[in-house]
Write a protein that binds this ligand. Structure first.
Ligand code: AMP
Length: 251
């Protein structure tokens, strides 16, 4: 059975009745096979699976992106049920921010590059909401996708830095058959834009350098925020029309 809980207080009552390990998958909803992969891993590793759905306003630097973020509650709940989720945490803004974002978690290094350089305040919002969610859910393990590799790294490092009693588990990126990384934002693409979108994965896997990949994408009509090689990965963020997509691969 899948229960839906809307407030931190109600969630904690459910949580403290559970003995055994808890696998936690935080999301912003509009669920797809990428989210399902995280839920499947959580189901395999733990006694209970918790899914959260919260479109977190503090991590959106662009109000238009927040407003247009897809919402598919009925389908999300069906996907949760099909994947053996025990509890869905589905709060509203003031449930999560009773003091209206008075306190935040900031990072001073890796959050300033790549997406952080292009989305002011984004990672403060991400880290703050994830810290709140971890404190509400008290998971044994929390699952994050490599699709958002910078986010995954920052959350892993935050958990370590604050001596949090949980394990952050990475899950490989799930792709469409044409290579496009699955993303809730893909729903916003027109048919024409959707046909163009796999060029992102193609460029970062096939170009000899980051510069070459950026040039290829620009030539095809993308507005490229960055293509950057860092460590053993190549990161990209590019816009098609109004929709901003990100991806990364090991190199
Ligand atoms: P979101 O709902 O987009 O905030 O994503 C929630 C979680 O699902 C994050 O940990 C993402 O990295 C992960 N995720 C999103 N898309 C994918 C994907 N295509 N493959 C693997 N994980 C994903």
């Amino acid at each position: 059975m899948t229960v839906v809980l809307n407030t931190p207080k109600d969630f904690k009552v459910w949580r403290w009745g559970k003995h055994g390990s808890i696998g936690f998958v935080p999301t912003m909803g509009a669920l797809h096979e990428g989210h399902a992969a995280l839920l499947k891993q959580a189901y395999e590793d733990n006694d209970f699976v918790v899914l959260s759905i919260f479109v977190n306003p503090t991590q959106f630097n662009d109000p238009n992106d927040l407003e247009k973020y897809p919402k598919t509650w009925e389908a999300d709940l069906a996907l949760a049920k099909a994947n053996g989720v025990d509890a869905v945490f589905f709060p509203k803004y003031f449930d999560m921010y009773p003091d209206n974002y008075r306190f935040k978690v900031s990072e001073n290094s890796f959050s300033n590059v790549l997406d952080g350089a292009h989305r002011p305040g984004h990672f403060d919002g991400v880290l703050s909401v994830v810290m709140k969610l971890f404190n509400i859910v008290s998971p044994t393990r929390a699952y994050f996708g490599e699709k958002d590799y910078q986010q995954l790294t920052l959350i892993k490092d935050m958990a370590e830095s604050f001596f949090m009693n949980l394990e952050v588990i990475p899950v490989p990126t799930v792709r469409e058959s044409d290579g496009l990384a699955m993303s809730s934002r893909n729903q916003r693409l027109t048919a024409e834009q959707r046909a163009l979108a796999p060029a992102i994965y193609k460029a970062i896997t096939q170009a000899k350098s980051a510069e070459e990949a950026a040039a290829q994408l620009t030539a095809q009509g993308f507005k490229v925020d960055y293509v950057t090689d860092m460590g053993n990965r190549r990161f990209v963020a590019a816009k098609i029309g109004e929709v901003r997509l990100i991806d990364n691969v090991e190199i």
